[in-house]
Design a protein around this ligand. Structure first.
Ligand code: ADP
Ligand code: ADP
Ligand code: ADP
Length: 208
């Protein structure tokens, strides 16, 4: 967990590769559904465009389906889920039914000014999904992914007005999970400032 722009997607990719488990990103799944025009995507888009959270029930059902896929059987890394106390309670129950539980919750800690700098320069690859930044992690050719050669895009929700609302949503609905997982003894705070590689080292250290 961590506010929009904290580096969740960036770090999740490295940590999941390190652990050899799938990265399950609810934001990525919603965006894939939006771009394919599925009924789930049509519903989610209304909320995403405004910078609001998609309703809990819709999100929880989607995660339940995803966790039932075979590749999630030997562990997984969740990115951007849960984001509300009801989602966290539903996840605990869902995992208990599957005979498992979360091992650890990482909170990426970074201040609002840095979050705004990170979100306003974020670019994503249309082909492979790799996350770039115009200033902090630029591609060698403008708007072309160095990894796969596809075009980059700027997310619709990375506009100033929407960013402000996402930060409010985070403070209101997601920040309470710090206490929720703190009480379970599962929360570890990670300093998410500085170079991407340094944050990855801190995150992997926290897994030991
Ligand atoms: P960011 O990385 O900037 O925090 P995400 O890609 O995780 O953004 O999420 C983008 C949008 O998708 C959110 O603003 C929200 O509308 C929706 N979304 C993603 N995950 C959830 C979730 N767990 N619950 C509700 N909405 C979600
Ligand atoms: P369906 O049940 O029709 O397969 P899903 O809701 O599972 O639909 O997935 C819809 C789309 O989201 C599919 O194109 C799928 O490839 C994509 N998708 C599923 N899981 C992920 C994920 N973890 N990250 C990104 N995209 C995903
Ligand atoms: P989140 O998933 O939490 O919304 P992202 O991983 O998409 O965050 O990162 C947001 C933006 O910040 C991206 O453009 C990414 O390249 C950039 N970024 C991520 N980590 C760092 C870092 N440690 N220093 C500078 N920029 C970063």
């Amino acid at each position: 967990m961590g506010p929009p722009g904290a580096g969740k997607g960036t770090q999740a990719e490295f940590i999941a590769a390190h652990l050899a488990v799938p990265k399950i990103s609810t934001g990525d799944i919603f965006r894939a559904n939006v771009s394919q025009g599925t009924p789930l995507g049509v519903e989610a888009k209304r909320y995403m465009d405004a910078g609001n959270l998609v309703p809990d029930e819709v999100t929880i059902n989607m995660v339940r389906d995803r966790l039932a896929e075979p590749d999630a059987g030997d562990g997984f890394l969740l990115d951007g889920f849960p984001r509300t106390v009801p989602q966290a309670s539903a996840l605990d129950k869902l995992l208990a039914d599957l005979g498992t539980a979360l091992d650890l919750v990482m909170e990426l800690v970074v201040d609002d000014d840095e979050v705004i700098r990170r979100l306003s320069g974020r670019r994503t690859c249309r082909g492979c999904g790799k996350i770039w930044h115009v200033e902090f992690d630029p591609t060698s050719k403008e708007n072309i992914c160095d990894r796969c050669g596809s075009e980059l895009f700027q997310r619709d929700d990375d506009k100033a007005e929407t960013i402000a609302n996402r930060l409010v949503e985070y403070a209101d609905k997601t920040a309470p999970l710090v206490d929720f997982y703190g009480a379970q003894g599962k929360l570890v705070g990670i300093d998410a400032t500085g170079p991407v590689e340094d944050v990855t080292v801190r995150a992997i250290d926290a897994l030991r």
